[in-house]
Write a protein of this length. Structure first.
Length: 452
């Protein structure tokens, strides 16, 4: 399957401003590409072409009049199929929500529409957003964009967000991240993925999974696009990121669980990147971070998943009624939250809060924690689709590092840093305490420049 790579979203925006690109023609070009690339609708569950054409036409008129609303006015975006868009079926990848047609746009979509962006369509996702692999036999699984011979997992839960951008079917995509669901498909598809601090972008009009962890973030070709999209969705002034350097900045590479199980070729790429950053002036401290190991144990080894408990509280009644329509491995993840011990759950929440507070103190004077985004290549879909232990192991390993950012209430970003021996993308993740979004984006841009 061929891939046509569009320039960055900001580059497309500049071309619209100068008249080099007509947003109307761009929508038609993308429509043709999507029809040719995605005939079975595994990447886009549905297109919003009437809306896209209307928005592109308005953007063209504004550009001709010199009245553009933002640097991304007229730029086409894809949206994960759990963002409400008025009049369009929004199912979060689940047959249980078939026929669900919201009357209003999600708040994030409203903000991006006001900024002039074009909604091209709604992309594939893990059912109800509860898996890091991106497999969805119910509506269709988009294959990873970087292997033309073996269909590999795209990463989840924002699977179509990653594949639509990597295959050149949009200029940027919008997903959500509860345990890594922006960063995993970004890393597996060779993209930048940014998870803002929890609450920084409003989640009104979002089909929820775990509201205490749910965040909205962009998947982009570079850090500048991520910063621009974040600013428009979150509000506030643009973030200046170009003048940042690595000198005077300090990061920790945890010698903890996050480095375990790395494929040897991914380890080599990661180590070479850290070495290159150190040579460019970044101060790198390789030492254990107790809060990371403790949070990993709390998340995976305690016998109770706080995310599953919250997700079951929201979806349990629906699943009891219609769970036969679900992909069994995803349903099983929800059902694991059905019978928690109330006292133990309360204790775990208290422990997690204490770990969050302790980590903030540990990271005083540190700009970011750096680790591999995912320690393995994306596995073949056929090896995992049946579920069972292989699915569970791959899902845990895929989510292990990214979910730390959600559990510890951090902002985080993944950057592509090379390709494995199999020719598949490798990601580098930077995480910082809550509220340091702008600082993290500036550091990520400096890292991006150093490694390009």
């Amino acid at each position: 399957m061929s891939t046509h790579i569009l320039p960055s979203a900001l580059s497309v925006g500049r071309a619209i401003e100068t008249g080099e690109t007509d947003p109307r023609a761009l929508v038609e070009d993308l429509t043709d590409r999507i029809a040719a690339t995605d005939p079975d609708h595994r990447i886009f569950y549905r297109l919003t072409l009437d809306r896209a054409r209307m928005e592109a036409d308005a953007a063209h008129t504004r550009a001709k009049a010199g009245l553009r609303r933002s640097p991304l006015d007229g730029v086409p975006l894809s949206w994960k199929d759990l963002f409400d868009s008025a009049g369009d079926e929004t199912t979060a990848g689940s047959k249980m929500l078939s026929g669900r047609i919201p009357a209003h746009d999600a708040a994030a979509l409203v903000r991006m529409t006001m900024a002039g962006t074009v909604c091209i369509g709604k992309t594939a996702m893990t059912e109800l957003a509860f898996s890091g692999l991106g497999i969805n036999p119910v509506y269709g699984t988009p294959a990873n964009a970087h292997d033309t011979t073996i269909e590999r997992v795209p990463g989840g839960s924002s699977s179509g967000a990653g594949v639509s951008l990597a295959r050149g079917l949009c200029t940027a995509s919008i997903g959500t991240d509860t345990g890594g669901s922006v960063r995993i498909p970004a890393a597996f598809n060779g993209l930048v993925g940014f998870k803002p601090s929890h609450g920084r972008i409003p989640t009104t009009g979002l089909v929820p999974l775990c509201p205490s962890l749910d965040t909205i973030g962009p998947l982009t070709r570079d850090v500048a696009d991520a910063a621009a999209l974040f600013t428009l969705m979150a509000g506030g002034k643009p973030i200046g990121i170009e003048d940042e350097t690595l000198r005077g900045r300090t990061v920790i590479v945890p010698k903890d669980i996050v480095l375990d199980g790395m494929a040897p070729d991914i380890a080599r790429i990661f180590e070479a990147s850290i070495s290159a950053l150190g040579a460019d002036g970044l101060s790198v401290d390789m030492s254990p971070v107790e809060e990371i190991s403790a949070t990993n144990a709390l998340t995976w080894d305690s016998g109770i998943s706080l995310a599953a408990v919250e997700a079951w509280a929201i979806w349990g009644d629906t699943i009891k009624k219609s769970g036969g329509l679900m992909y069994p491995p995803v349903r099983a993840r929800f059902e694991s939250g059905a019978t928690p011990d109330a006292a133990e759950t309360w204790h775990m929440l208290r422990t997690r809060d204490a770990l969050r507070h302790s980590l903030t103190q540990t990271l005083a004077g540190v700009d970011a924690v750096v680790m591999p985004t995912i320690p393995i290549d994306p596995p073949p879909i056929a090896d995992l689709e049946a579920g069972g232990p292989a699915y569970d192991r791959a899902n845990r390993l895929t989510l292990r590092n990214t979910t730390l950012g959600n559990q510890l209430d951090m902002c985080a970003i993944t950057l592509p840093i090379g390709k494995s021996d199999a020719g598949l993308p490798v990601g580098l993740m930077l995480m910082a305490p809550r509220g340091r979004d702008a600082r993290l984006l500036r550091l990520a841009r400096a890292v991006e420049k150093a490694l390009t």
